[in-house]
Design a protein around this ligand. Structure first.
Ligand SMILES: *[C@@H]1O[C@H](CO)[C@@H](O)[C@H](O)[C@H]1NC(C)=O
Ligand SMILES: *[C@@H]1O[C@H](CO)[C@@H](O)[C@H](O)[C@H]1NC(C)=O
Ligand SMILES: *[C@@H]1O[C@H](CO)[C@@H](O)[C@H](O)[C@H]1NC(C)=O
Length: 859
């Protein structure tokens, strides 16, 4: 087959709607239609287009069908058509139609033709579960039905969907009832009895009804549950007759009756009892265990004659009449004479009582021998009960010895019962024929005193009353007498303030404890018994001392003295307040406050430092006195202490000099031309409110007007005296303006003030008037020092280094800018100097200040 050629694929791309599933009635494209059963092999002929259309033929898609180009015959392809897959929605008795498109005829007409996919029974029914379990009570009525909560599903349509159900292996006990839905029910057909069969296994089969039917199975398990429908019955093995020898002894089991109940669990519980009709003698002689059915002797039999006792035993269950059985006990007369037992003690004894120290290896106690006139054949001696003693035969004699070492603390006295075992018609019977041998165990000091705890923990408040009892130490010793009498003492390295009462074990402390000295003590206590040799053991006691608020806070010094620069920023640290409290917890949690404070200073209790809240001004107040109060948080009452603080405010150059004389820039003084050289013409006087170098003032003439003249006036930089240095000439007549810079020597940067001094040289000596000053300043002063932090502000070392970094960076930038500007200005200035007369430049050197700007010029 050559389907799937490239030109077909072009068509497939053009038409998307290749597979159209529609109802048959919707198809209007003509009379050609085909049908084919699903799941056909490749190459099955579906039909032919050749009858209705002329060649050539071409199918648009060749997924499921292949069309012969020349004949128009349609065949199935290897792609099988699964009806349940192609038409999943069309299963309910509707037909599954697939529309195919083909091009036919010489004129290439597009036709559509439907192909119906017929259902075949290709799907088996399916149960949801593989097993289903039902509980049915054994007393259920015949005809009762139980729902089987599962049903088979079948994907096929039509007839194959109608499923038939039947039961296999039900043996007629159960039948099936299927109602519409379908609802499948199991119906009980015969009476059930759990005691006969307690479960049934069946198979539920669902079969569809195609020509080749398929089926599914479901395992159904019915569990029959118990009801109390059985009563106790005595079993056949339950004894009816028993024989007991006349010398039988107390507690011997005579017989065991046994009944059974076929029910389960509590329904099968049985209680045994003796019938009230049993004779008084029998009631006295025998007891019956209501659970186990054991009949025992209540006393030793000492019977010389034979006797027959009849016991009626009842077995009762819940809601049941009791079952009964009869047990006849035949008592035989005692054997002619009990055999005698001769004892030869090997261990020391007194009145048949042997005294043995504990912990001894197995020791021989006595030699026993059977004797007497009676027939000893087949007789043997045995020890009754579980005791640490054994009998070993040696040449027809018996050695009585301990089988393991004895422990006084476990049991201090034993009674050894030796009995004779002899054969009888019913097996072996035993006879007691010997007074018991007593063994008393002697205590040996083999137990160490034992403290209840290997370690004791104790908590005590400090400042206790001396002699206070702390703890009762108690060590027990399993030995008796002196071996178990314990005395107490303290370990060698224990502090002498602790005492112990050697007899009572009471631990006490003779001193008052101080937590601040030592907050924990360890005491070693030993307990020694009075055995010989004595045994001892040790324990330790840890005594934790609780704090009391017995210490007031302590300042490092009663008087703190701090120096701070003025103008510190708010919240700057003034100084650290050292204060400690040896108590712990809240008792040592200190808070410090400033008392009688104006609010200028506060305590930062986190860092325990004194801080200023506002900036301080030395020029206002240069010293503060404070009172500090430290208080702990202790209970019952906090303790306090006080300290004094003196804060000295150090000066900072924050005031610029103030010029007092001359009182105005416009002040003017007339100088006579006749004034002799060296005369003090006037004095500049300025003050500075700072102290020290910050107020050390110097005066300098920064500029003059007229500038070109050689000035006859000189200024003394320290005193501010302005003197005439030479005789005044004609050219000196007129107004002299002196621009004076007044500086202090403050750190980190000096501060400046400027003032004009105006001197008029005129022989008229008339008062001098001034209305205006030279128009512009001859120069600009260096900028005021930047506001560098004067007071160390609080902050971590990180922020401090950051600050340094930033300042450093800023300074670097500033200095670069400055040098560039200076360089540029310098070059300009040089140029201008060359152009102007040389005088202005020469005055440059008179100004020792850092000047940045060009000189004044009146052009
Ligand atoms: C300044 O003048 C005053 C008088 O007014 C004089 O006492 C003083 O010595 C002068 N100082 C100097 C340094 O010339
Ligand atoms: C001196 O003062 C007189 C009168 O005020 C004035 O006329 C004269 O020009 C002045 N001399 C000089 C050199 O300024
Ligand atoms: C005098 O003039 C200078 C410069 O113009 C100025 O800085 C200063 O404050 C003035 N002094 C007074 C008292 O006016």
């Amino acid at each position: 087959m050559d389907h799937g050629t490239p030109d077909n694929m072009n068509w497939a791309g053009l038409l998307q709607n290749v597979l159209v599933m529609v109802n048959l009635r919707q198809i209007t494209c003509g009379s050609v239609w085909f049908s084919i059963p699903e799941e056909q092999e490749a190459g099955v002929r579906v039909g032919s287009l050749g009858k209705d259309f002329s060649p050539p033929y071409q199918l648009l898609t060749q997924e499921y069908l292949w069309l012969d180009k020349n004949t128009g015959d349609l065949y199935t392809t290897e792609q099988k058509m699964d009806r349940e897959e192609l038409c999943p929605e069309e299963t309910k008795a509707k037909e599954c139609i697939i529309i195919h498109n083909a091009i036919v005829g010489p004129s290439a007409d597009l036709i559509q033709f439907p192909v119906a996919i017929e259902d075949i029974n290709d799907n088996a029914p399916l149960f949801e579960n593989s097993d289903i379990f039902l509980n049915v009570s054994e007393d259920v009525a015949v005809g009762t039905s139980f729902l089987i909560d599962d049903q088979a599903q079948d994907k096929d349509t039509g007839s194959s969907r109608e499923l038939q159900y039947h039961l296999q292996d039900s043996d007629g006990i159960f039948s099936l009832k299927v109602e519409k839905g379908p609802v499948i029910m199991l119906v009980v057909q015969t009476a059930l009895d759990r005691e006969i069969q307690d479960s049934y296994q069946m198979i539920l089969v669902a079969t569809d009804s195609g020509p080749n039917p398929l089926s599914a199975t479901l395992n159904v398990t019915v569990k029959v549950t118990d009801v109390n429908d059985n009563c106790p019955r005595f079993v056949s093995e339950s004894p009816a007759c028993v024989i007991v020898p006349g010398d039988s002894y107390r507690d011997m089991v005579v017989a065991q009756v046994r009944a059974e109940d076929l029910d389960l669990g509590p329904n099968a519980a049985i209680t045994y009892s003796l019938s009230p009709k049993v004779s008084e003698r029998a009631k006295k002689l025998f007891s019956l265990d209501s659970h186990t059915g054991h009949i025992r002797l209540t006393q030793d039999l000492q019977s010389d004659s034979s006797e027959e006792l009849v016991l009626k035993v009842l077995a009762s269950g819940h809601h049941c009449p009791p079952a009964d059985t009869w047990v006849t006990v035949s008592v035989l007369p005692m054997a002619s004479k009990a055999p005698a037992i001769k004892i030869r003690f090997i261990a020391e004894h007194q009145n048949q009582t042997i005294v043995l120290p504990e912990n001894q290896p197995p020791t021989v106690l006595a030699l026993l021998e059977l004797g007497g006139e009676s027939d000893l054949k087949g007789m043997s001696l045995i020890i009754e009960g579980e005791v640490p003693f054994s009998l070993n035969t040696q040449n027809g004699k018996y050695l009585l010895s301990t089988s393991k070492s004895l422990d006084y603390e476990m049991k201090s006295e034993y009674h050894i019962s030796v009995v004779v075992r002899r054969p009888s018609a019913e097996g072996f019977v035993t006879t007691r024929s010997l007074p018991a041998i007593k063994v008393r165990v002697l205590d040996v000091n083999d137990n160490y005193p034992h403290f209840l705890q290997s370690h004791y923990e104790l908590q005590v408040e400090e400042n206790n009353q001396p002699g206070m009892a702390l703890l009762w130490m108690k060590a027990s010793d399993a030995d008796s007498g002196d071996n178990g009498r314990v005395t107490y003492r303290l370990g060698k390295h224990t502090s002498t303030i602790f005492r112990i009462n050697s007899l009572t074990g009471q631990l006490s402390v003779s001193a008052s404890l101080d937590r601040e000295q030592q907050d924990m003590h360890t005491v070693t206590v030993s307990a020694r018994d009075s055995g010989s040799p004595s045994l001892d053991s040790m324990t330790t006691v840890s005594i934790h001392i609780f704090d009391q608020n017995d210490n007031a806070p302590v300042f490092r010094t009663p008087h703190f003295i701090f120096f701070i620069p003025e103008n510190v920023p708010p919240l700057a640290q003034v100084g650290r307040i050292g204060v400690t409290d040896p108590d712990v917890g809240e008792n040592g949690n200190i808070e410090v406050h400033v008392i009688d404070s104006s609010g200028k200073f506060v305590i930062d209790n986190v860092q325990k430092s004194l801080r200023c809240t506002t900036s301080v001004d030395r020029e206002m107040k240069d010293q503060y006195e404070l009172q500090l109060l430290a208080s702990d948080n202790g209970h019952p009452s906090p303790l306090t202490s006080t300290a004094k603080v003196t804060i000295f405010v150090e000066d900072v150059n924050d005031n610029q000099p103030k010029v007092i004389l001359p009182n105005s820039n416009l002040s003017c003084l007339t100088v006579s031309p006749a004034t002799t050289a060296g005369t003090m013409v006037m004095k500049i006087y300025a003050i500075d409110e700072d102290s020290g170098p910050n107020s050390d003032i110097t005066y300098i003439i920064a500029a003059r007007e007229p500038a070109h003249k050689h000035s006859p006036f000189r200024l003394d930089s320290r005193s501010g005296n302005i003197t005439l240095v030479q005789h005044l000439l004609g050219e000196d007549l007129g107004m002299h303006h002196l621009f004076i810079v007044v500086s202090d020597k403050g750190k980190p940067a000096p501060l400046h003030t400027t003032v004009w001094v105006n001197l008029l040289v005129n022989e008229t000596m008339e008062p001098c008037h001034l209305d205006s000053l030279p128009k512009s300043l001859p120069y600009r002063l260096a900028p005021p020092p930047s506001e560098a932090p004067i007071c160390r502000t609080e902050g971590g070392p990180a922020s401090y280094t950051q600050l340094i970094l930033l300042v450093g960076l800023g300074m670097m930038l500033a200095s670069i800018c400055l040098s560039v500007i200076t360089a540029v200005l310098y070059l300009k200035q040089k140029k201008r100097c060359l152009q102007q007369n040389k005088k202005g430049c020469a005055e440059d050197n008179e100004i020792p200040l850092r000047l940045k700007a060009k000189y004044y010029s009146d052009e």
